[in-house]
Design a protein around this ligand. Structure first.
Ligand code: F6R
Length: 376
């Protein structure tokens, strides 16, 4: 007989059986990881002058921290921040560009290619990684690097891939109030996590309920403003943890194309669930758009759900919503009987790509730069 959703999600043994590598324990300890990330980054000496632009280069779970940074800094930082998920940096990148090269494994082909490109262009490089080829060469070239803990999936390492960038920007005098924001975010995260731990039964656990409600549908996540990165993170977590397709869009842009897609979707729409990121202080014009969009979707999609941010500071608001995506995606995986940790398809693809000669060429170019005594 099939177990009910509440029975599955409230059964700690069942959770442990499916979440074999303990993905949930990382979610539960998110606040602690944020604080640890600050300590690690504080030890890194970065003696660069003020940059004229910032680029965060990375892929997948290593790139999303760059999106969070971009959203967080948008209203206060007066230099541009760009996220680069490519093999080469944009044409404007030069010695005035602070380039965070982020790869959890330190082995990602695209990121190594960017690393080489950044060095050739004399960018001010800072690496964030747990090791691999990236840290090997960064250390040889005396490039400032944040060495983060090994042995966890990149997406789980988000606090370590994101928070150090904030700490380093603060060290360079580019942003203010980082410590206060991180401290508030950690307090809020601790509270939100305690409300969503596996021990909290479904009826009192927002993430479990959300996972149960959207189970069997494609989650469509809508956000706005500085929640754009969070919206994207939800989608990625549904893909990698729950192993389901998902999509994300942001207001106001989604009002100019996305909504027409539901017009004649008919029965198809009932296979989707909408999740909308909300903020008690959201601007009136965004609130009106959200309410109007909810009316348009109502009765079409399987359900409309809202995730309200917590806290007062931007960082607390962003992380308190993002963590709900993490929990929900893991609970959804458990409901579907899939282990949230392995990402078999990414591994298969990476193995296939590893057979190309590009990475070898990058490594050999890096080696010759080291031989020539290339230093940061
Ligand atoms: C997330 C994940 C991927 C990787 C991406 C890049 O858990 O597995 O999205 O983050 O393939 O790899 P890294 O982060 O090692 O550079």
């Amino acid at each position: 007989m099939k177990m009910s959703k509440a029975l599955i999600l409230d059964n700690l043994n069942e959770i442990k059986k499916i979440d074999k590598s303990g993905m949930l324990s990382f979610c539960v300890n998110a606040a602690k990881h944020c604080k640890n990330a600050v300590h690690i980054a504080e030890k890194v000496a970065v003696n660069y002058p003020k940059p004229k632009s910032i680029i965060v280069a990375g892929m997948g779970g290593s790139a999303i921290g760059g999106e969070l940074l971009k959203d967080w800094a948008r209203d206060t930082l007066t230099i541009p921040v760009e996220v680069c998920r490519e093999y080469m940096l944009p044409a404007h990148a030069d010695k005035g560009t602070l380039t965070f090269v982020v790869s959890y494994s330190g082995e990602t082909e695209e990121t190594l290619s960017i690393f080489l490109d950044a060095i050739k262009r004399n960018c001010m490089v800072v690496c964030i990684s747990s090791g691999g080829t990236l840290l090997d060469f960064a250390d040889k070239m005396k490039i400032p690097s944040v060495h983060i803990l090994t042995g966890i999936p990149p997406r789980v390492a988000l606090p370590y891939l994101f928070i150090p960038m904030l700490t380093i920007l603060a060290k360079l005098g580019l942003v203010k109030g980082v410590k206060t924001e991180i401290s508030e975010a950690a307090t809020v995260l601790k509270q939100v996590c305690s409300e969503n731990v596996p021990e909290k039964p479904l009826k009192e656990n927002f993430s479990k309920r959300l996972a149960a409600d959207i189970c069997g549908t494609v989650p469509v996540v809508y956000g706005f403003g500085f929640y754009s990165s969070v919206t994207q993170r939800f989608k990625q977590q549904f893909n990698e943890n729950s192993k389901v397709p998902s999509k994300w869009e942001v207001f106001p842009e989604l009002n100019h194309n996305e909504i027409v897609g539901w017009e004649k979707a008919g029965k198809l729409a009932s296979h989707f669930s909408a999740i909308i990121i909300r903020d008690k202080n959201e601007p009136e014009h965004i609130k009106q758009r959200i309410e109007a969009t909810k009316e348009l979707l109502s009765g079409k999609v399987a359900g409309i759900h809202e995730v309200w941010s917590r806290g007062e500071g931007k960082l607390a608001k962003m992380l308190s919503t993002s963590i709900i995506g993490d929990f929900t995606s893991v609970y959804l995986a458990i409901l579907r009987g899939v282990d949230p940790t392995p990402v078999k398809t990414i591994s298969i693809l990476k193995d296939r790509i590893a057979k190309t000669e590009l990475k070898e060429r990058i490594v050999s170019e890096l080696q010759s730069l080291v031989k020539k005594g290339k230093r940061c």
